[in-house]
Ligand binder design. Sequence first.
Ligand code: FE2
Ligand code: FE2
Length: 200
Amino acid sequence: MLLTTHNPYKPAVIDWPKLDPAALKRVTSLPIWDIVVQTEGRASIRVATYAGTVEDPQLREALRMNGGEEARHKLVLSKLVEAYGIELAPEPPYPAPADPLRAWMLTGYSECIDSFFAFGLFEAARQSGYFPGELVETFEPVIQEEARHILFFANWVAWYRRTLPWYRKPWFVAKTASVWFSLIRDRISLARGFDKSGAA
Ligand SMILES: [Fe+2]
Ligand SMILES: [Fe+2]
């Protein structure tokens, strides 16, 4: 399903809607752009690295596509940043992860948690008019894609767990627990460090 529902849009041709000064200020002053750009950068290398370890050709192809879509999200965001004159902090390097499976699971579960909130916030921003409707519309392909990734990941977890021999199942449970531990820890430190500079 992931392979057959790919949307071949080109970030370069996205027509960013013109924003009135108040809306532009709201969009550019959100303290999230560095985090989202870096998250997409990390996601693409993590998914691509895991794809390289997978033997099954169809699963590998789906994972490659998933990683490619993450790289494209980053491109979409770089175009948005350019279009609205948002200043970004210098990006850190994105090295290939040492444990590709863990890295893939980190990204997969992150998308599940973060999208749960991000989709809701997007809808709240649309309904309240905090973001103009045209801008929310422009993000629709990215939102659709993250929804596909989540569905793919949830199915991957179920399938992966099922195909493991019984004696490796405890290892996978421990791995999953350690992934969740990292995710919760990262989000706590993010919330604590949010807007330390007072910029927002
Ligand atoms: Fe993404
Ligand atoms: Fe994704």
